[in-house]
Design a protein around this ligand. Structure first.
Ligand code: ADP
Ligand code: MG
Length: 235
């Protein structure tokens, strides 16, 4: 058994709209290890979201292979990929997508009601430092706090992987650092493999590895000897 969570081989995605073809991912080979924190950096349009969505079972590659542990994601039908996503994947997006009429606690409980071995909402919210804000509504929370509720919601089902698409994109540096700190805390305490897309080059310091994207390919991989804490980040 390898310790890879994801193994991609020649992973390719071509979008076709009318006469135009866009090769969003071009023959990407990649392994991501259990418990790793990986940051994806690169210009807009370089394929980062496409890769994240394929890993999360939200999109399908045009060719190539992608394994989640021993499971060949590229061979699954729609029902199986939905089950894969539900059982193993947490998502965090730039905009938090909380239900405004529900409290933080209730937003997390929405997910734990349908998961098989979830945490209690209190436990998930405590993991991101929001034990004192459980009964607040989204409008009563700062952007950074709302994003931490979204992280609690994503991890309450104890997913193997947490896929984050520009999670600090809408935040100022202070709250952004607190959000990164929450992601690292989840990774430490639950061992959740974490992939973070960002435009903010300083976030690369918290990663085990940084993957640089250009034109649908990984142009460079940087391995960090030591991983910094969020508190050490210079934004
Ligand atoms: P990034 O996240 O690095 O900004 P994306 O993965 O979103 O890049 O996009 C990679 C390329 O694929 C871009 O040229 C983008 O316009 C194109 N693309 C992404 N999604 C679609 C889609 N659903 N239909 C057509 N083209 C798309
Ligand atoms: Mg993107």
């Amino acid at each position: 058994m390898s310790s890879a969570v994801f193994t991609a081989t020649a992973l390719t995605k071509t979008y076709v709209s009318g006469e135009v073809q866009v090769r969003a991912l071009n023959q990407v080979d990649l392994e991501i290890d259990e418990e790793e924190v990986v940051v994806l950096l690169g210009p807009s349009g370089s394929g980062k979201t496409t890769l994240l969505n394929i890993m999360g079972g939200l999109d399908r590659p045009t060719s190539g292979k992608l394994f989640f542990r021993d499971l060949d994601l590229t061979s699954l039908d729609d029902r199986e990929i939905t089950k894969y996503r539900r059982d193993h994947v947490g998502f965090v997006f730039q905009f938090y997508n909380l239900v405004p009429s529900l409290t933080a606690y209730e937003n997390v409980a929405l997910v734990t009601e349908i998961a098989s071995q979830p945490m209690l909402p209190d436990e998930a919210l405590a993991l991101v430092g929001l034990e004192g804000r459980m009964h607040h509504f989204p409008a009563q929370l700062s952007g950074g706090e709302q994003q931490r509720v979204a992280i609690a919601r994503a991890i309450a089902k104890r997913p193997a992987v947490l896929l984050c698409d520009e999670p600090t994109g809408a935040l100022d540096s202070k709250t952004g650092i607190r959000v990164i700190d929450a992601l690292l805390g989840v990774n430490r305490q639950l061992g959740t493999t974490t992939v973070i897309i960002t435009h903010n080059a300083s976030i690369q310091q918290v990663a085990d590895r940084v993957l640089y994207f250009a034109d649908g390919r990984i142009s460079r991989i940087q391995k960090n000897e030591t991983r910094r804490d969020a508190a050490e980040l210079v934004w």
